[in-house]
Design a protein around this ligand. Structure first.
Ligand code: AHR
Length: 498
């Protein structure tokens, strides 16, 4: 049966914020240390202490924004421990993540240098759970005050005379849990107080993000919006795709059973319902949609790889993760009126990572390739899409077999991304472009395809390129229509240049 995707090129649905393609890096496991930071004296080639291979790979993703230092780590982090000469920085225990020594060698200067090298905007998450208002106020002053002030002077003594530009600042993380086990009502009041002292110095205008709900805690969103929406620019939301039925049995990243494949994708789709319902609450208090919904933690969360530290959250990454990423992007695009930013957890060596490292070696994951394939949508205009592509059925349950999203960039190129969730059947797809002025020509069409034959196909340090995109083209092009052969378990992109 032929399936159909229609793209309405004249029905434009607003901008897809590039910040939806944001990332998150926490002092957790081997994300910062080993994964990003090796230090200037390392035998691993590095740029100002940041490993060059990882940096170069990440630069190709056009990372728009990077969240740091946590996560749960943020509400135990005291930023003053991480500045000044490295050898004299305080050594502490990372109590939340594995009980390992944190030597604070990667601090504010190192993070902001990383952002500079990546060309990414920093998103700093401040400490509400165990930090003071003064500490938070001084951190912002340290980073952004231009002129004579105690913190600006100290920054200059530490080698940085000019302030950094900082837009995104989070006031705490998961304050319903690791960030203080607070009630929404209590946190709302604390948010109002802390954010008062998170100041705009000079022309540095901050975008203040309040700590948001866990999954479907709609009460949290309701209270925060009612009590504090006038004082925030964004409200966060965390939702992880965990295939297992409880946190002790999340499922293996390398599981190759269709039952786990289906469950994972079904759970990924839950993001749509969550965004719809949290947005509906936000609409009641903010009908103009000024306050952004900031999904600053999302992605797959599996059991750690056997033999690795349970507190390090190290997991492999397969074609299943690639589809989870694609499905999320389609959902975020659909909600582009409210979702201003999203940050996958996490960038390196933790949870649904872009790259994995082992000593000197590095590999790009299937998720990395999806971020690469989708970067064309950053700040592009979303186009209306209608999909009539059948269902993928498993064990008397069903999911859409195909989901699609489309955008038009500032050069007039149209990009269509498609996820084919069915792992058992190939699909013949008619891709129709409504509203175009000239007939399509094969010469203007290009594409990429990411697919694999096994449900747990992944890259290893021995075979780092097993799952990677290949060039892809339609089987025919005529008038307004492209015919596509879509393999099972695949993510693809088709671009039509004007
Ligand atoms: O990303 C891992 C952890 O998940 C973060 O530290 C925390 O915010 C969330 O619970």
């Amino acid at each position: 049966m032929e399936r159909e995707v229609k793209v309405y090129t004249d029905l434009q649905r607003g901008t897809i914020s590039k910040h939806i393609y944001g990332h998150f890096s926490e002092h957790l496991g081997r994300c910062i240390y080993e994964g990003l930071w090796v230090g200037e004296d390392s035998s691993i080639p590095n740029t100002d202490g940041i490993r060059t291979d990882v940096l170069e790979a990440l630069k190709e993703l056009n990372i728009p924004v990077l969240r740091w230092p946590g996560g749960c780590f943020a509400d135990e982090y005291h930023w003053k421990d991480g500045i000044g000469p490295r050898e004299s920085r305080k050594r502490m225990v990372n109590t939340h993540w594995g009980g390992v020594i944190e030597n604070n060698h990667f601090g504010t200067h190192e993070f902001l240098r990383l952002c500079e090298l990546l060309g990414a905007e920093p998103y700093i998450c401040g400490n509400v759970g165990s930090g003071t208002v003064q500490e938070m106020q001084e951190w912002v002053e340290y980073m952004t005050f231009d002129g004579e002030s105690p913190m600006a002077n100290w920054r200059a003594e530490n080698g940085k005379k000019e302030p950094w530009r900082l837009t995104y600042f989070g006031v705490g993380n998961e304050n319903w849990g690791c960030g203080g086990h607070m009630r929404a009502e209590y946190y709302a009041d604390l948010y109002r107080r802390y954010q008062t002292y998170v100041r705009n110095y000079g022309n540095n205008k901050l975008y203040k993000i309040a700590g948001g709900a866990n999954v479907d805690d709609y009460h949290w969103t309701e209270v925060l919006m009612r009590e504090a929406s006038q004082l925030m620019d964004g409200l966060s939301l965390h939702y992880y795709t965990v295939p297992g039925d409880n946190w002790n049995e999340k499922g293996a990243a390398l599981d190759k059973h269709e039952s786990q494949w289906f469950k994972t994708l079904k759970k990924a789709f839950r993001m749509d319902d969550l965004l719809t319902r949290h947005s509906a609450i936000m609409d009641q208090y903010d009908p103009e949609k000024r306050v952004g919904l900031i999904v600053d933690e999302w992605g797959t969360w599996f059991d750690v790889e056997p033999g690795t530290n349970p507190g390090f959250l190290y997991q492999q990454n397969t074609i299943r993760d690639a589809l989870v990423a694609g499905v999320h992007f389609h959902i975020f695009h659909e909600h582009n009126d409210r979702v201003h930013m999203a940050n996958i957890a996490q960038m390196v060596n933790v949870l649904q990572a872009m790259v994995l490292t082992e000593g000197e070696r590095m590999l790009r994951t299937p998720t990395y390739h999806v971020f690469h394939m989708y970067k064309v949508h950053q700040d592009a205009t979303r186009l209306e899409v209608k999909t009539d592509a059948g269902l993928y059925r498993y064990d008397e349950q069903e999911l859409p077999a195909i989901t699609a999203t489309a955008s038009k960039d500032s050069n007039g190129a149209i990009h269509i991304s498609i996820c084919h969730l069915d792992p058992n059947h190939a699909a013949s797809l008619a891709l129709k472009l409504e509203g175009i002025e000239k007939p399509l020509s094969a010469a203007n069409v290009s594409g990429e395809l990411l697919t694999a034959n096994e449900l747990n196909a992944h890259n290893t340090f021995e075979q780092p390129n097993k799952v990677e995109p290949v060039a892809y083209g339609p089987t025919s092009v005529s008038g307004q229509e492209l015919k596509l052969d879509v393999p099972p378990s695949s993510v693809l992109r088709v671009t039509i240049r004007p």
